[in-house]
Ligand binder design. Structure first.
Ligand code: SF4
Length: 212
């Protein structure tokens, strides 16, 4: 029963955020589960489209990368064992793809999409991707307002740094110390306040927790 209440509450909240995103010019929808999101991703992305997938745990955890690959979509990604030069080139290709498939660090209840980036490729793709920018965002990433969203986005840095084996100042301290050193992963902050002119966006909000 409690589980049913959570499902219902998430649906109400998700539906409200969809309306807020629409007001800002983003196409958006709410789906209850990661499985539903995967189904929608495969419907939205044409089978012959190239897909750029930056550093996102959500997209991989819902199985989208494997499913797209299996279906024959060309995938560009900088993930796994690559030389620094290969990583750099892959990042450019991701942003040039027909679809830029990503998650976000935070999404406010009022529809602002917040991301913090160390390399800049992810925020560049979100603001200036060549094709459709398709966001897939777990309900755990919802924030009340911009200040809450920025805190949420920064809090994701510790698990991201651990995943990438980077010893950031927050990994050492256990919390953000607003570092400005070589290891900082918070160099570019993008708040999508409205769908950027000339770009196409689609946001899928999932009623389950994904990523961090
Ligand atoms: S300590 Fe540095 S890298 Fe870590 S969250 Fe704060 S600004 Fe980002």
């Amino acid at each position: 029963m409690e589980h049913e209440n959570v499902i219902k509450a998430n649906e109400i909240i998700g539906g409200d955020v969809v309306k807020a995103l629409n007001r800002r010019g983003f196409e958006a929808e709410y789906v209850p589960t990661g499985q539903d999101a995967l189904k929608r991703i495969l419907e939205i992305i044409p089978p012959d489209a190239s897909v750029g997938i930056p550093g996102t745990v959500t997209v991989r955890d819902i199985g989208a990368l494997d499913a797209l690959k299996e279906r024959g979509n060309i995938i560009y990604q900088h993930w796994g064992k690559m030389t620094p030069q290969e990583m750099r080139e892959a990042r450019f290709k991701e942003n040039e793809a027909d679809v830029f498939l990503t998650s976000a660090n935070a999404l406010t209840r009022d529809g602002e999409i917040i991301n913090i980036d160390g390399t800049g490729n992810r925020v560049a793709g979100m603001a200036w991707g060549r094709g459709l920018v398709l966001f897939v965002i777990g309900i755990n990433k919802l924030a009340f307002d911009l200040a809450d969203g920025l805190k949420r986005a920064k809090a994701a840095t510790i698990p991201n740094a651990v995943r990438q084996n980077v010893e950031t100042a927050c990994v050492k301290a256990g919390h953000c110390v607003n570092c400005l050193n070589d290891e900082s992963m918070c160099r570019a902050i993008l708040i999508l306040n409205q769908a950027v002119k000339g770009r196409k966006y689609h946001v899928i909000i999932i009623g389950e927790n994904f990523g961090y």
